[in-house]
Design a protein around this ligand. Structure first.
Ligand code: PSV
Ligand code: MN
Length: 427
């Protein structure tokens, strides 16, 4: 299924008067603060967020998986789904592939489909946290950290193969996330496991093309419950530094212990020029993979403040970031869930863009926490939704993507085309 421009235009037509009214109100507020809406619209339009190829079907928990109906049955259909999201939002112009869940069979054809929908290939993700059909050795006790040379070699080879696949598609980065760790004290020599992981990553790094980056993702626990080899940003930073200048830390919002100050991690990494990418989701307790902004939207805004500050004060020469949603959809229609995540990310970005950074800096220099809070929350409470709508309107996308998705009956149409019981590869 494809959404054509005339369908979006007629959706927008119906909402135009109301949108103009609310946008004019916001514009007047921003004008008073000396902010230019054109500039903010331009910045928003360039923020493209990759959709992971594994998040287009219903996700499972440990206890069950309930199919949505009309799920994409192959990679081409997944890219078509991202095309629907992109047509509605002008914000989802990239896909991030998980290999081997989504190995392209016909690279030229898949590239053509993606290009026709305006979708680029972002980071490719390796997977050594599951055993693959026909593979010689098991990752039950780890992959890049494994005590057995042959198992480490197999995992290294897989990462090199993923780079090759990415090269053929036009990707420019690989994300490595390892489940490696131990569930019991004494199971691992902690230092030995880290050393072997470092050595393995260095070998993979040597296979990176010059214009590629390697992102090293961390996570404190799960699936291992006593220790994870790359447990936190510090370990990732250490490994990235040991590998070289093309290696960076990747922050996944769900991969922190409760109440971790993630915005401070962002500030630290950007100061060092070592923040490579971001996986967005939200959580209450652990790596819950919920819709972005569903639980802690203020935290998301604070994180974006640091990202914007880092981009505007780029003394650490941090490269442009790779943005991706990394969520799982157990209850909502995955496409609706992704539309909501895209909106939450852009909203937090837009709020951060209207922060009065000069006034905040003055309050900080004056040691005035009350004033600093006023300034932060003034930005956070500015209703930027009309500006997001305006950005979409100017780019031929839908004023209200979720409403358009429902009114166009997209899910019903997908079910008619693909059937009720297709199951997408992924989590
Ligand atoms: C692991 O929890 C993770 O965040 C990694 O990014 C994986 O690639 C992805 O989720 C899917 O398992
Ligand atoms: Mn992730």
């Amino acid at each position: 299924m494809k959404i054509d421009q005339s369908q979006i235009a007629s959706h927008n037509q119906q909402l135009l008067d109301r949108h103009r009214e609310s946008f004019a109100f916001l514009q007047a507020q921003l004008d008073r603060k000396g902010l230019h809406t054109d500039e903010i619209v331009r910045k928003l339009s360039t923020l493209q967020i990759a959709i992971p190829s594994w998040a287009l079907g219903a996700g499972g928990t440990r206890f069950g998986r309930f199919s949505t109906g009309g799920e994409p049955g192959n990679l081409e259909q997944k890219i078509e789904d991202i095309g629907l999201l992109h047509a509605l939002t002008n914000a989802a112009g990239a896909v991030s592939l998980h290999i081997p869940w989504d190995i392209p069979e016909d690279v030229a054809a898949i590239k053509e489909t993606a290009a026709s929908l305006g979708i680029a290939f972002d980071a490719v993700n390796s997977n050594t946290f599951q055993d693959q059909h026909g593979q010689a050795h098991s990752y039950k006790f780890g992959s890049l950290c494994h005590s057995n040379d042959a198992i480490r070699d197999q995992a290294i080879r897989h990462n090199i193969d993923v780079i090759e696949t990415g090269k053929a598609l036009g990707s420019k980065s690989i994300t490595v996330w390892l489940a490696d760790g131990a569930s019991f004290p004494g199971q691992h020599n902690l230092r030995g496991a880290l050393q072997r992981t470092m050595d393995s990553l260095k070998i993979i790094y040597r296979h990176l093309p010059d214009d590629w980056k390697m992102f090293i993702e961390y996570k404190p626990y799960e699936p291992n419950f006593y220790s994870t080899v790359i447990q936190d940003w510090g370990t990732s930073y250490l490994l990235a530094t040991a590998c070289g200048e093309k290696a960076y830390t990747l922050v996944d919002l769900g991969h922190h212990l409760p109440n971790t100050n993630i915005e401070q991690i962002v500030a630290t990494l950007m100061m060092q020029g070592k923040l490579g990418g971001f996986h967005f989701n939200d959580s209450k307790y652990g790596d819950d993979d919920l819709t972005v902004g569903a639980i802690k939207p203020y935290q998301l805004f604070l994180i974006f403040n640091e990202l914007v500050y880092g981009m505007n004060n780029n003394t650490g020469k941090n490269p442009p970031l790779a943005w991706m949603i990394d969520a799982s959809h157990n209850l909502k229609d995955p496409l609706e869930d992704l539309l909501q995540s895209l909106e939450a990310i852009r909203l937090a970005y837009a709020q951060a863009l209207v922060l009065d950074s000069k006034a905040l800096e003055a309050a900080q220099m004056d040691n005035d926490p009350a004033q600093a809070q006023e300034i932060l929350q003034d930005a956070y409470r500015t209703d930027m939704r009309p500006l997001l709508q305006e950005a979409r309107l100017q780019n031929g996308a839908a004023i209200e993507p979720l409403a358009a998705y429902r009114n166009l009956g997209v899910r019903d149409q997908l079910i008619r085309e693909r059937g009720k019981s297709t199951i997408a590869t992924g989590l």
